[in-house]
Design a protein around this ligand. Structure first.
Ligand SMILES: [Zn+2]
Length: 404
């Protein structure tokens, strides 16, 4: 039960009750579609007449449409309701240090169009480029009705000001993407940290989250992010930047991190950490054998994955070391928060057959509550970061109201 905030509340009116019922019915249609009005009444416990009023309004506002007739042995045939995918129009933007993706999704979070472009290193250059590209993207599809824009960023986002506070792997500090994007497009823009976006994607669209109210998404890429959902809601903390477990130090004498700390979890368990471990191992073996470097240029994480797959011992060791430290950090999350589900997002999940058993082994050794928590790799193909940006916009209409 949530304590009522007596410094910021809104008393319930008949309007509040209507709004809540409308959100329940809308989300019920989303998750049960195609569904008849009779089924909605039965599932919700609301009167048939109330369901009729709500669904008429939702049809009028183009959130839902009537589809095929159902079959009944006698009496009036029910008309099935589903989300209006013709209304298609949420724009998702996923910013990563190397490239940025712009996508258009329908209300079922199915992607209709996507395009990507290189992320400029300088935030103002990037922002100008982004605004131009999103405006062009919208102009190309004038028939779509756009409900809003969701943006996922690899860094801390202040929930109140909606500004990017700090993105260590981009080197950006205090950047406002919201206002320029809103000015350029005339649409409302929601900004969120990538790990939080992944957690939202899982709770809104995940196949495994039926009935799950507490979960953590761990994004493993250049750095490590964690998005925490407690009782169906993102945990923001007092400043809105909670969940930065990637920058919790697990060794105060460890190597320096881009955030200014030493020995952060991500220094040991991110893609960058595996690349570093691999490079160190190959450098020392080259020195021992007094052999000249075979290739110049830094390997990518994809290279490390591929080499490990091909039987390269050093690449396999680097990956196994990363897996060990993923286990160390995840067991900290399990012990501290005890979620029902932890979803791992990132390229490392492609090597789950090698990585998964090590992660689970470390967790089994370290966490007293492990049987309660399922650990699952997210499917890369599902594009969780991008789907999370769609959830950001969707939850404003389909989620519980956030007053009182
Ligand atoms: Zn750090």
């Amino acid at each position: 039960m949530r304590k009522i905030d007596l410094t910021s509340f809104q008393v319930a009116t008949s309007e509040t009750a209507r709004d809540i019922n409308r959100r329940i019915v809308l989300d019920m249609i989303r998750t049960r579609q195609p569904v008849s009005r009779a089924d909605l009444a039965r599932l919700s416990g609301l009167q048939r007449s109330t369901i009729s009023v709500i669904t008429e309004q939702l049809i009028e506002e183009q959130w839902i449409t009537e589809g095929a007739f159902g079959y009944l042995p006698r009496g009036r045939k029910p008309r099935f309701l589903h989300l209006n995918v013709e209304r298609a129009g949420i724009i998702g933007i996923n910013v990563r240090p190397t490239s940025t993706m712009i996508a258009l999704a329908d209300l079922n979070a199915r992607f209709i169009a996507q395009e990507s472009f290189p992320t400029a290193a300088e935030p103002q250059v990037f922002l100008k480029d982004l605004c131009q590209r999103v405006s062009d993207f919208i102009k190309l599809r004038p028939q779509a009705f756009y409900e809003g824009i969701g943006v996922s960023l690899p860094g801390r986002v202040d929930r109140l000001s909606q500004r990017l506070v700090f993105a260590p792997n981009l080197g950006w500090r205090d950047v406002d993407l919201k206002k320029p994007l809103e000015r350029a497009t005339g649409l409302s823009v929601e900004i969120e940290n990538a790990a939080n976006a992944c957690a939202l994607a899982e709770i809104w669209f995940g196949q495994r989250t039926n009935g799950v109210r507490d979960l953590i998404a761990v994004t493993v890429s250049e750095g490590i992010g964690t998005g925490i959902i407690a009782n169906g809601q993102l945990v923001n903390g007092s400043t809105g930047v909670a969940g930065e477990f990637g920058h919790v130090s697990i060794n105060e004498d460890g190597p320096p991190c881009k955030c200014g700390n030493r020995g952060c979890w991500e220094v040991y368990a991110s893609n960058s950490a595996a690349i570093r471990a691999y490079m160190q191992a190959t450098a020392s073996s080259r020195a021992k054998k007094a052999r000249p470097a075979q290739s110049s240029g830094k390997p990518t994480f994809e290279d490390v994955l591929r080499l490990a797959e091909q039987g390269d011992d050093k690449a396999a060791e680097a990956l196994e070391r990363m897996a060990h430290y993923l286990g160390v950090g995840i067991s900290m999350l399990i012990t501290g928060i005890a979620p029902s589900l932890i979803v791992l997002v990132g390229e490392v999940t492609r090597a789950w057959e090698r990585v998964g058993p090590i992660v689970n082994q470390v967790i089994a050794e370290r966490s007293p509550t492990v049987p309660m928590t399922r650990i699952v790799p997210a499917e890369d193909a599902a594009q969780p970061r991008l789907r999370g940006t769609i959830a950001l916009v969707l939850q404003k209409h389909f989620g519980a109201p956030s007053t009182a």
